[in-house]
Design a protein around this ligand. Structure first.
Ligand code: ATP
Length: 311
């Protein structure tokens, strides 16, 4: 049954981590082919979209990392709304309000997830009734991580990361994130990688079978030894102090420690939720990072929240 448009919609959308990130040699267009296993984790941005009578698109950002986010046309949520508006000749506009909890420029796809949330919100707000696959198509135009943020859970990403297929994963994993001061630019990390690796010897990207079977087993100890990130060396080369953060987490009992995506957020896998809390406390007290977050995965992708009950 068609869903009627609403005057206001809030969509909650998760951060992503890369459990395996294999990076091939750069293509002639400069993009690096990837084979990655994404997991959506329970750290969320909420995007509230309110319809406007005119065609303007505005954005405000509130929450933990608001000051680091642009509020002009470069905001990925604005770009998502504008793409939808122009592709489907929409004659209404939207006021977007982003409640930000995901670290900015932390390698956790915060901007991409806001774009995914905006596609879902405006699809409902403007009554477009686009299918999931139509939204996926638009998402891929906006950025490599946006299609995954729509679907969430655990998925294989290929191409630039935009071609996503669900991966079977059992159970829940407990993650801790050490958020560093300042961000790392994703393009800068890729060019550092190209400097570090002699290109002739770079193999096409592939996902390790050990990672896929660890996910099927649902065992944190198996997953810990199967995690990998080709961007880690480049992120550490640009921010060597992050090596100390990773080591601190391991010394405190993390099963594994890794740079999240292009960094600089450091990611730790804990054996269970109690150990995740302990590790988060130790990291917070260490003074080695700006802030610490803890989250479970996998979780679903961008989804509409029920409207608040009003009297
Ligand atoms: P990825 O993991 O997809 O490479 P990231 O998590 O490292 O991304 P983002 O948080 O998406 O990085 O931010 C990258 C840059 O995008 C920021 O420096 C910021 O200026 C810009 N940006 C644009 N729109 C947004 C948004 N809605 N939220 C956060 N950053 C945004």
């Amino acid at each position: 049954m068609p869903v009627p448009p609403s005057a206001q919609v809030t969509v909650r959308s998760p951060a992503k981590i890369n459990l395996g990130l294999s990076v091939g040699p750069p293509r002639p267009d400069g993009f690096h082919p990837l084979a990655t296993v994404y997991q959506a984790v329970a750290l969320y941005d909420d995007v509230t979209a309110t319809v406007r009578d005119d065609t303007d698109i505005t954005v405000e950002v509130v929450g933990d990392f608001a000051v680091d986010v642009p509020t002009d046309d470069s905001n990925l949520a604005v770009r998502a709304a504008r793409l939808l508006q122009s592709e489907y000749d929409v004659t209404e506009g939207v006021d977007l309000s982003i409640r930000k909890t995901i670290p900015v420029a932390g390698g956790m796809a915060g901007g991409s997830t806001d774009a995914a949330a905006t596609l879902v919100a405006c699809n409902r707000l403007w009554g477009l009734q686009l299918s999931q696959s139509e939204l996926q198509h638009l998402a891929a135009e906006l950025g490599s991580d946006v299609p995954f943020c729509l679907v969430g859970h655990t998925a294989l990403g290929q191409g630039r990361g935009e071609q996503v297929t669900e991966v079977m994963s059992r159970g829940t994993f407990h993650w801790v994130f050490a958020v560093a001061d300042g961000g790392l630019s994703t393009p800068a990390v890729y060019s550092e990688l190209d400097k570090l690796r002699p290109l002739r010897r770079v193999e096409p990207p592939e996902v390790s079978p050990a990672l896929l079977s660890a996910l099927l087993s649902g065992k944190a100890a198996a997953l810990a030894v199967a995690l990998s990130n080709d961007l880690q060396a480049a992120a550490l080369s640009l921010r060597p102090e992050l090596g100390g953060v990773l080591q601190f987490g391991l010394d405190q009992g993390a099963l594994a420690a890794m740079i999240s995506g292009s960094g600089p957020t450091c990611l730790f896998l804990a054996a269970d939720s109690r150990r995740a809390v302990d590790l988060a406390v130790e990291l917070a007290e260490s003074g080695l990072c700006r802030m610490v977050r803890q989250a479970e995965g996998p979780v679903p992708g961008a989804r509409i929240l029920p409207a608040p009950i009003t009297r």
